[in-house]
Ligand binder design. Structure first.
Ligand code: HEC
Length: 276
């Protein structure tokens, strides 16, 4: 028979007595027991909970929290700069977008303006109610762009009224062109001071379009390179000056006289053709 140690027997006896006591004293005991349990349970909780807040309050912030608190906040004036960020992003993207190779300046303006001329002159300049412009015709009539600008500005009626028998080159191959000489129809005046609707830069644009796109002047040729550079290229100094009002048909021969070759007077009144 196995011998059970005394202390174990005692412990089991005590446990039995405890269980018996509990069930026996059930009606009376619970309140006391539970309150005792409550105090027993709350006591350690209290001792644990109480010092905690105190400890937290006193405990210094970790280094990284302190660093975050001490770090300077975004200054108020920077907010406006930050608010502009999307705008900058947009400008940046615009700046990075490769420029479209659409010829800006006189030619693109003139191509749009020519829509108002096409009804009489034909989309390709082959003529109709208006004179033939293509295949070098306009270049033969007007060896100097200044004379073409003046004629388009004023039109046939004002030329005739001014007593001019010829417009353009009097020695024109195939005979000079005379006001009302083509189907007895007039070329309507286009310039604003002459009663037309076009600004001077628009007239330059449409004349460039006729000379270089329709009539076929070659910007790279010796004959037309200088005219192209000064008047009709995207880098033309005259075109933007007309557009901004820095110069006019009446003054550009003075304002632009340092150009090579120096421009002749364009003018806004009908006049004789520029001498060769
Ligand atoms: C209503 C019809 C009509 C319209 C619109 C018209 N033209 Fe004309 N254009 C004529 C006629 C007609 C002539 C011939 C003039 C003459 O015989 O007096 C002419 C002549 C010209 C000439 C001279 C050509 C040459 O070699 O003799 C040019 C340049 C010209 N027009 C440009 C233009 C431009 C640029 C526009 C538009 C802004 C335009 N025309 C609009 C009818 C028109």
């Amino acid at each position: 028979m196995t011998e059970i140690p005394e202390h174990l027997l005692n412990r089991s006896k005590a446990r039995k007595a405890e269980l018996a006591g509990e069930s026996a004293g059930a009606p009376a005991a619970p309140a006391a027991a539970s309150s005792e349990v409550a105090t027993r349970a709350s006591a350690p909780a209290k001792t644990k909970a109480d010092p905690a807040p105190v400890a937290k309050a006193v405990e210094p912030d970790p280094v990284y929290v302190r660093a975050a608190k001490e770090r300077r906040k975004i200054p108020f004036w920077a907010m406006s700069a930050l608010a502009m960020l999307p705008v900058w992003t947009f400008l940046y993207m615009v700046a990075l977008t490769p420029e479209e190779k659409v010829a800006a300046g006189p030619i693109s303006t003139g191509t749009a303006v020519y829509g108002a001329c096409a009804g009489c002159h034909g989309g390709n300049g082959a003529g109709g109610a208006g004179q033939v412009l293509y295949e070098g015709a306009s270049l033969k009539t007007f060896p100097h762009i200044e004379d073409m600008l003046n004629f388009v500005y004023n039109g046939s009626q004002r030329y005739q009224a001014a007593g001019l028998k010829v417009y353009g080159n009097p020695d024109r191959e195939g005979g000079p062109h005379v006001p009302y000489g083509y189907n007895k129809n007039p070329m309507p005046q286009q310039g604003e001071k002459a009663g037309g609707a076009l600004s001077e830069y628009e007239i330059l644009g449409v004349v460039c379009h006729i000379r270089y796109d329709i009539s076929g002047a070659d910007p790279a040729s010796e004959e037309w390179a200088a005219e192209w550079e000064n008047w009709c290229s995207p880098d033309s100094p005259i075109y933007p000056a007309l557009k901004s009002g820095a110069t006019t048909f009446d003054t550009l021969h003075e304002d632009m006289k340092t150009l090579m070759p120096a421009p002749n007077k364009v003018g806004t009144e009908p006049r004789e053709t520029t001498a060769k």
